[in-house]
Design a protein around this ligand. Structure first.
Ligand code: PLP
Length: 362
């Protein structure tokens, strides 16, 4: 006899992150994990170095200063904010606290993979709802809800498709969703959205049902993926639950000061958004002109569609031979596509050149 984990654990494949190396290639350009184009904000680098001197001290388990800084920046009550070791940790805490054996978790077919992996770990039955035009289908999501459904996850904009639902659709979803189903709005890419009617989720949390949570991250526009820092805005009863289940020191000291510094870095978000909008447009236009299909995106990445899996694989190999690492999407049921992060101007130009060459060559 040997020790065995709960059966649901073995149903989960280990998460494979974006790669960062190509054998035999010296200089690689990593455009596989949607990390911000400009690296960490200078003020955050400074803050992390300073924090090293106090590394023997336990962090503030309540993340008070960080929650106050987030609250001030986004106009939210700090008492309704919970911080996590990446927003992934918050997603996991919500799933383990509200889902588990005998429950169902509903998500969109090409939604973020961690909902599926963590949902299955927890023992939930994960229901993936077909999309329309690579966009979440509100009617389909609502129709998938059954008596055992406890959780629904929706990233808006979504990774990896880049698609977005208008605020009216988000409101319709919440309005028609049973009150005892927790709706988790994952707004990891909120800062990149330039649509005037967009709300990252706080409005629906504030609408008062007590059953909606917004999650956010410092890993994308704030360039702090390596620090592992995310947060959520939640109704008081859910804040209470997260306070019970989270580790007492789940966010480390360096991450907290880096996050505070990143929020106050002058012009950081504005510069990043302007760059992203410009280069996402340029990459889209250039690849379209080269005869490739590029799905519209509201995030800091584009999904390039090669029509079939073999051609996408060949394109990936072509990019790799030039040291360009993007993300293959087989794990998302989109093997005919590659997801390309919007990097610096130079990085975008290299991707466009390589893919144009690829498209012309066939
Ligand atoms: C990157 C990403 C996250 C994870 O963010 P962390 O804060 O780094 O854990 C969550 N949701 C989506 C949709 C993402 O793309």
């Amino acid at each position: 006899m040997s020790v065995m984990p709960r059966p649901s654990v073995l149903s989960v494949e280990p998460y494979v992150g974006g790669e960062s190396k190509v054998p035999g290639v010296n200089r690689v350009i990593k455009l596989s994990s949607n990390e911000g184009a400009f690296g960490p904000p200078p003020g955050a680098i400074q803050a992390i170095a300073e924090a090293a001197k106090e590394a023997h001290r336990y962090p503030d388990g309540g993340a008070t200063a960080l929650r106050e800084a987030i609250g001030a920046r986004f106009g939210l009550d700090p008492a309704r904010i919970v911080c996590g070791n990446g927003s992934d940790e918050i997603l996991a805490m919500l799933i383990l606290a509200y889902g588990g054996e005998g429950t169902e978790l509903v998500m969109s077919a090409h939604g973020f993979m961690m909902y599926d992996l963590t949902g299955r770990w927890a023992g939930c039955r994960v229901i993936k709802v077909p999309e329309k035009n690579l966009t979440a289908d509100v009617d389909g999501l609502l129709a998938a809800v059954g008596p055992r459904t406890r959780l629904m996850f929706l990233a808006n904009p979504n990774n990896p498709t880049g698609s977005i639902l208008p605020q009216s659709e988000m409101e319709r979803l919440r309005r028609n969703l049973r009150e005892d189903v927790l709706l988790v709005l994952d707004s990891a890419y909120a800062e990149y959205v330039t649509r005037p009617d967009y709300d990252a989720g706080a409005k629906l949390v504030d609408a008062g049902g007590g059953n909606t949570v917004m999650t956010r991250t410092f890993s994308k526009i704030y360039g702090l993926g390596g620090m592992r820092l995310g947060w959520c805005y939640a109704p008081p009863a859910i804040v209470d639950v997260l306070g019970r289940v989270r580790g007492p020191f789940n966010v480390n000291s360096a991450a907290m000061v880096a996050g505070i510094a990143a929020l106050s870095e002058p012009g950081w978000v504005e510069k990043s958004v302007a760059h992203n909008t410009e280069w996402r447009g340029k990459v889209t236009d250039a690849l379209t002109a080269a005869g490739l299909k590029v799905w519209p995106s509201e995030g800091n990445f584009v999904l390039v569609d090669f029509g079939d899996a073999a051609r996408a694989k060949a394109a990936d190999a072509h990019l790799r031979s030039r040291g360009l690492i993007v993300r293959a999407m087989g794990g998302y049921g989109l093997a005919q596509t590659l997801r390309v992060t919007i990097g610096t101007a130079e990085e975008c130009t290299l991707v466009v050149e390589a893919l144009t060459e690829f498209a012309r060559g066939r």
